[in-house]
Design a protein around this ligand. Structure first.
Ligand code: HEM
Length: 135
């Protein structure tokens, strides 16, 4: 992926420094904007789910230049999401709410360049997850 790895890393570091746990706020925004997503969750406690999502975001950003890792991991993760009754149409919901969360926490440090880097990254992640989902 020709993604702006440096910008993704520095912006994520900045966000996590301001607020170590980013995913509780993410789920608040997601369930507020898309209440229909809420019933899909519940296999794990909210806390476990929040931790798993944050670890996944950190791992993807760590491996953003490792195409083989991304392909393998994101294909597998996409396939698992089929089992969670997630529909492909829901991926933009999560992208929108993740970006909204990061922008909110970053505050004035958020820039159009950072926004564009995350949009591109989320698009690429979704593409790989959906390849796994559909296979
Ligand atoms: C970049 C996109 C996404 C990432 C990185 C991600 C990450 C994760 C991770 C790490 C898990 C834990 C279990 C596992 O690894 O299989 C998980 C579970 C789950 N995800 Fe996602 N996910 C993404 C997109 C979505 C979308 C679009 C939805 C739909 C609203 C969704 C709904 C769920 C559900 C329902 C579970 C099961 C959790 C439970 O039952 O408690 N995810 N996701």
């Amino acid at each position: 992926m020709a993604l702006n790895a440096e910008l993704l890393r520095t912006s994520l570091a900045l966000v996590v420094e301001k607020q170590p746990e980013i995913t509780p706020r993410f789920y608040e925004i997601l369930f507020d904007r898309y209440p229909q997503a809420r019933p899909l969750f519940g296999r794990n406690s909210a806390q476990t789910q929040q931790r798993m999502l944050q670890d996944a975001i950190v791992a993807v950003v760590d491996h953003v230049e490792d195409a083989a890792w991304l392909k393998e991991q994101l294909h597998a993760m996409g396939a698992r999401h089929k089992g969670y009754q997630v529909a492909p149409e829901m991926f933009p919901w999560v992208g929108e709410c993740l970006l909204a969360t990061l922008a909110e926490i970053a505050g004035e440090s958020w820039t159009p360049e950072i926004e564009a880097a995350w949009k591109d990254a989320y698009g690429a992640i979704t593409g790989l997850m959906l390849e796994g989902y559909r296979s």
